[in-house]
Design a protein. Structure first.
Length: 162
């Protein structure tokens, strides 16, 4: 993205303009890596680059499962139209998830979503090896920092970029 922005490619400059008012004013501001990192983090559902780095590097640890993973596991344009179950607390979400076979438990900021395969498809994760979902028990909260979670998160990032 940085190279594209420095080459003044429209897609990169539009992404920067959407995030930074200073780019909207056609100023001589030269894009820097930190600007591009901020845009990518925001587009991926995080509040900023530090938040993305903290979550994706596995540094966040919480015993009550109330980790703020931002909107990384959600897509407003594709997921809002789906019928999903939202919960304010992990225990209630986990109980509901365990009662409903073939559902998936996703974190959303400080809340939780229990959804069906349609939600997984809307995130572009339908092509993943089913063994990965089995490894995480269809639960992207308790599996946080596992190798399977990392692989699913990488697929999510790749899907957001493409």
């Amino acid at each position: 993205m940085l190279k594209s922005a420095k080459d003044n490619q429209t897609s990169a400059t539009l992404r920067l303009k959407n995030q930074y008012k200073s780019y909207q004013q056609e100023s001589a501001l030269q894009p820097k890596l930190k600007h591009c990192q901020q845009v990518v983090a925001y587009e991926s559902g995080f509040t900023d680059w530090q938040h993305a780095h903290h979550i994706l590097s596995g540094h966040e640890q919480s015993h009550d499962k109330q980790i703020n993973m931002g909107k990384f596991w959600h897509n407003n344009n594709k997921c809002n139209a789906l019928l999903n179950h939202w919960f304010g607390g992990y225990q209630e979400a986990d109980s509901f998830h365990k009662e409903k076979p073939n559902t998936y438990l996703f974190p959303y900021q400080h809340q939780f979503i229990v959804a069906t395969q349609d939600y997984v498809n809307a995130l572009g994760l339908q092509e993943l090896d089913p063994a990965l979902w089995h490894d995480v028990q269809n639960n992207l909260v308790v599996s946080y920092t596992s190798e399977a979670w990392d692989r699913i998160a990488l697929a999510r990032l790749r899907n957001k970029i493409n």
